[in-house]
Design a protein around this ligand. Structure first.
Ligand code: HEC
Length: 156
């Protein structure tokens, strides 16, 4: 009887743990794409208060963009942002055609020396061209390490 109870309690704990972790995807381009397009569609997220809607941008990302942030990013007042924070950047051509989607996802323990960001550059159909810890992404955003590698938003 006692043993059965222990087994039942352990099973319940395991279930809770897996439910909590199932909320967020791992650092993997396909699960992240599924998450931002189906499970928590990024178009319903927020814009940073100081970076709303379509904005002009610089190389290498293209001339126009929108940056959507999930609630864990949006609710982060000071750097570093909370784990689970995601920023999705839509990159547009001069005539406002969507060209690529670049994403930063904060994953606990993924890459501590460089802010634990998981980086992905997707085609508009969700194919990952570059992902992981690309030296290019990190090198450029690293100039803003004090702002948690975020360029378009200033933490106060
Ligand atoms: C040469 C510098 C440079 C490189 C390389 C670079 N970025 Fe950026 N990134 C920027 C700049 C500048 C901005 C600000 C918006 C703009 O001007 O387009 C930005 C903005 C972003 C944003 C919006 C959130 C933020 O931090 O402001 C995301 C997401 C992003 N980049 C992802 C990536 C990913 C993923 C890569 C690698 C595949 C990458 N970037 C490579 C310069 C760079």
């Amino acid at each position: 009887m006692k043993k059965q109870l222990v087994v039942a309690v352990m099973a319940a704990i395991l279930l809770c743990v897996s439910v909590v972790f199932a909320e967020m995807p791992g650092p993997d381009p396909d699960s992240l794409w599924k998450y931002i397009t189906k499970e928590s569609p990024y178009k319903k997220w927020e814009f940073w208060p100081d970076h709303q809607g379509m904005q002009p941008g610089r190389a290498p990302h293209g001339p126009l963009h929108k940056v959507y942030v999930n609630d864990r990013a949006f609710n982060s007042v000071n750097p570093p942002v909370q784990y689970g924070a995601i920023q999705v950047k839509e990159n547009y051509s001069p005539d406002k055609e969507l060209k690529a989607i670049t994403v930063m996802y904060k994953v606990h323990g993924y890459n501590p020396p460089d802010g634990d960001w998981f980086w992905v550059k997707y085609s508009i159909s969700g194919k990952a061209d570059k992902f992981g810890k690309p030296a290019g992404c990190i090198g450029c955003h690293g100039t803003r390490a004090k702002n948690d590698f975020v360029i378009v938003h200033e933490f106060k």
